[in-house]
Design a protein around this ligand. Sequence first.
Ligand SMILES: Nc1ncnc2c1ncn2[C@@H]1O[C@H](COP(=O)(O)OP(=O)(O)OP(=O)(O)O)[C@@H](O)[C@H]1O
Ligand SMILES: [Mg+2]
Length: 260
Amino acid sequence: MQVEQQKNQLAINTSKLNLWYGTFQALFDIDLKIKQGIITSMIGPSGCGKSTFLRTMNRINERLDYVRIEGKVDIMGENIFAPEVEILQVRKQVGMVFQRPNPLPISIRENILFGHSIHTAGKTSKTEAEEIVESALQQVLLWDKVKDRLDLKATALSLEEQQKLCIARLLPVKPSVLLMDEPCSALDPKGTEAVEELLWELRGKYTILIVTHNMAQARRASEECIFMLMGKVVEHRETGEMFLTPEHKETADYIEGRYG
Ligand SMILES: Nc1ncnc2c1ncn2[C@@H]1O[C@H](COP(=O)(O)OP(=O)(O)OP(=O)(O)O)[C@@H](O)[C@H]1O
Ligand SMILES: [Mg+2]
């Protein structure tokens, strides 16, 4: 019931979003409405702007001084570009995971507490810290595996475990949206399956937007799917429908592997 209610609300709502890298335009009039609490996949050939779109959602693109953005982005009903909004606040609301797991070369425990401490200025008791670590690792299905070795360096874990840890460390600050940019591309099939399983566990509690080049993964692991081409959204529909009866020829060509 709660998930049903959430579905009617938007986690991400963009209107006329345009982005330029210098004089090169990478996103054109993106109007996307991404529902809360579900998994949405984003597909499209290399260079079509998937990562650019994701990076705009948590404002990391703005690190580059030659990026220019026009248009509106509301996340959980709030305009992320409003002058009174702080970037740190946006990052708290919107967590991101990348292609290659990138844990810090410190212990598992410290990895989980690191992001949290930035947002709380380090005011956490020892008991509280233990609870945070356990809860985050439980949510990513890693707790039983690592509970006896929380002081182990995170980089000593398998790639699958590292990627789960990278998801876990986002959770203590209670984000609403998790962005995942090809999170399984460095993993073997077993690791991929484990991370997909995890996505289903997290669904409902978080809104997940996952970029993937793997059509089977988009089909299996998402409820809605967005197809992009050359900086534009071509189609955004329920995943099953899009794969069964794509509305546009470009979508059909892409999902049938005729290009890119
Ligand atoms: N930092 C940057 N500076 C300049 N141009 C960039 C930058 N990042 C991306 N681009 C360009 O913007 C376009 C979109 O790139 P983007 O990385 O968003 O595509 P993508 O869909 O994620 O591709 P891939 O599937 O290969 O990851 C490409 O033409 C790319 O060359
Ligand atoms: Mg990309």
